[in-house]
Design a binder for this molecule. Structure first.
Ligand code: COA
Length: 379
């Protein structure tokens, strides 16, 4: 057994997975061996990617129809869960709302502790179906509006936008959000996925593992970056101010949000696709401002930083894309969770099926040979 301290477990392989392959040198991401570009090129619905991840193969048309219908039928929240959301403070962070409601859902599940693959897939389907409903319900309520009931005739992405905004979204917006959900569905052993696996490793229930994953995704070093990108775009304010902003930021040795990645040392393949989607949405909605600032920022930053292996990452276009379809800044990280729940559940299916308690060690660096001093003799 290695006795070496590896801070942050960087580079340590903690599990085998057949779900996604991240190739940081070549800027590639594969789901079950298929390049992410192919899903977007063929306009694969997010539901199909979830099926692929959970079952290990693409569904037939009949299987996809059945899975999509099952997801749609699971969208509505139990009345008691909705009542609980009504009581939440309007100022609550939507990530806290999501993590709390997932935990709450365990109490209304008929069989949360059965870890057999069929039951785990049933819970995974329910979780994936309900993330958008939870967020949209809270978002409506905090604005003093009634939640919009989910529709069964819309796909996952379209229904999410419909429940958030109360009106049917345009085709480019649906295409863009669907692509976003597809592109973020899984990404190797990232922090939230590892968190979920640690919980599952103790044979605790899936709701607990997923609420822990949400807690982990919330941090600014993981899922919390898009709001910071949006803040940068807002601060810049107009495309013609980008050059000066970049010059000044780099002179002050500041980091430009949306640039750089721990694994990708070339273009992040997801950013390239989201750039296209963000441009399409800008055209559909007529709101070109955020796309144009983001695009000008990309050109100005990458031309100066590519030599250091710094390119735009997935968050650079996530922010303008989601913002343009009516997803407010504090729902960006929760929308990341709407997508990533597919990957979390895939890794949980793997972990439960081939489990070993995840229990590393700490190197003790505190004192030894100390003695207990009775309280009345302490200084
Ligand atoms: N803007 C300007 N310079 C950057 C930079 C950025 N966004 N990201 C990294 N660099 C520079 C560092 O200053 C460092 O330069 P130096 O070698 O001259 O000191 C070099 O690139 C390597 O940085 P390092 O911190 O080792 O990279 P990392 O792999 O640890 O960091 C990120 C990866 C994502 C944390 C980092 O790129 C970052 O902070 N990006 C901005 C935040 C963001 O977009 N996060 C979303 C990630 S998906």
């Amino acid at each position: 057994m290695a006795d070496q301290l590896i801070k942050g477990l960087e580079g340590v392989i903690v599990a085998q997975s057949q779900s996604s392959k991240v190739d940081g040198q070549n800027g590639r991401l594969l789901y079950r061996g298929i390049s992410i570009e192919e899903f977007v090129e063929h306009q694969a619905p997010y539901e199909e990617v979830a099926y692929l991840l959970w079952h290990g193969r693409l569904p037939t048309r009949a299987e996809l129809d059945q899975f999509s219908a099952q997801l749609a039928s699971e969208r509505a929240l139990p009345e008691k869960v909705l009542d609980a959301i009504r009581e939440f403070p309007r100022s609550a962070d939507p990530m806290v709302v999501l993590r709390t409601v997932v935990s709450l859902m365990a109490m209304y599940d008929e069989n949360p502790d059965d870890l057999s693959p069929d039951n785990l897939r049933r819970i995974a389907t329910r979780l994936l179906a309900r993330f958008p409903t939870i967020l949209a319900a809270f978002h409506r309520l905090r604005q003093g509006l009634e939640p919009v009931e989910p529709r069964q005739d819309l796909g996952h992405a379209a229904n999410y936008l419909y429940m958030l905004n109360g009106e049917e979204p345009g085709p480019r917006s649906v295409e863009g959000v669907n692509a976003y959900l597809v592109l973020l569905a899984d990404h190797g052993m990232n922090a939230s996925t590892f968190t979920a696996r640690v919980v599952a490793g103790t044979q605790a229930d899936m709701y607990g593992a997923i609420s822990a994953a949400i807690a982990s995704l919330k941090g600014p070093l993981h899922g919390g970056a898009p709001p910071r990108v949006m803040a940068t775009l807002e601060k810049i304010g107009a495309p013609e101010r980008v050059e000066a902003f970049v010059e000044e930021a780099l002179a002050r040795k500041e980091r430009i949000m949306g640039i750089g990645h721990r694994v990708y040392k070339t273009w992040d393949p997801r950013a390239k696709i989201l750039r296209e989607m963000a441009r399409n949405i800008a055209e559909e909605t007529g709101n070109r401002k955020w796309y144009e600032i983001a695009h000008t920022l990309e050109q100005a930053a990458v031309s100066r930083l590519a030599a250091k292996g710094l390119y735009t990452n997935v968050d650079s276009y996530t922010a303008p894309l989601l913002y343009s379809v009516g997803i407010p800044v504090d729902l960006m990280t929760p929308t990341f969770a709407v997508s990533r729940v597919a990957g979390w559940c895939t890794h949980l299916l793997e972990q439960y099926a081939d489990n070993r308690l995840i229990r590393p060690r700490a190197e003790y660096v505190g004192p030894v040979d100390q003695h207990y001093v009775p309280i009345d003799r302490r200084e």
